[in-house]
Design a protein. Structure first.
Length: 115
């Protein structure tokens, strides 16, 4: 099992930046894939970005060129650098870990992009 705690959300103006962090309760060396998802009001949860143990990256089309995911195995953390934020990026952002056959989720951190 693993517990995930997100941080770094908040209110930012359009065009601004935020860095989200996800701290895991255990070493992430054995976790095959870690990622960030988001859920906007009235919408389904969707993938933002993910990174595998080997460093392979996946980005949603809406994230490409603006967001960067990174994995800090030494500190058991996964970060998401978000630049050029848009109002449509407003959502609760969730950290995800795929361990074995199970998905683990954090409680989420709210990102609001508004002027």
């Amino acid at each position: 099992q693993v517990q995930l705690v997100e941080s770094g959300g908040g209110l930012v103006q359009p065009g601004g930046s935020l860095r989200l962090s996800c701290a895991a309760s255990r070493s992430i060396f054995s976790i095959s894939t870690m990622g960030w998802y988001r859920q906007a009001p009235g919408k389904q949860r969707e993938l933002v970005a993910s990174i595998t143990r080997g460093g392979s990256l996946t980005y949603a089309d809406s994230s490409k060129g603006r967001f960067t995911i990174s994995r800090d195995s030494a500190n058991s953390m996964v970060n998401l650098q978000m630049n050029s934020l848009k109002p449509e990026d407003t959502a609760v952002y969730y950290c995800n870990a795929k361990l074995g056959l199970r998905d683990y989720w954090g409680k989420g951190t709210l990102v609001t992009v508004s002027s």
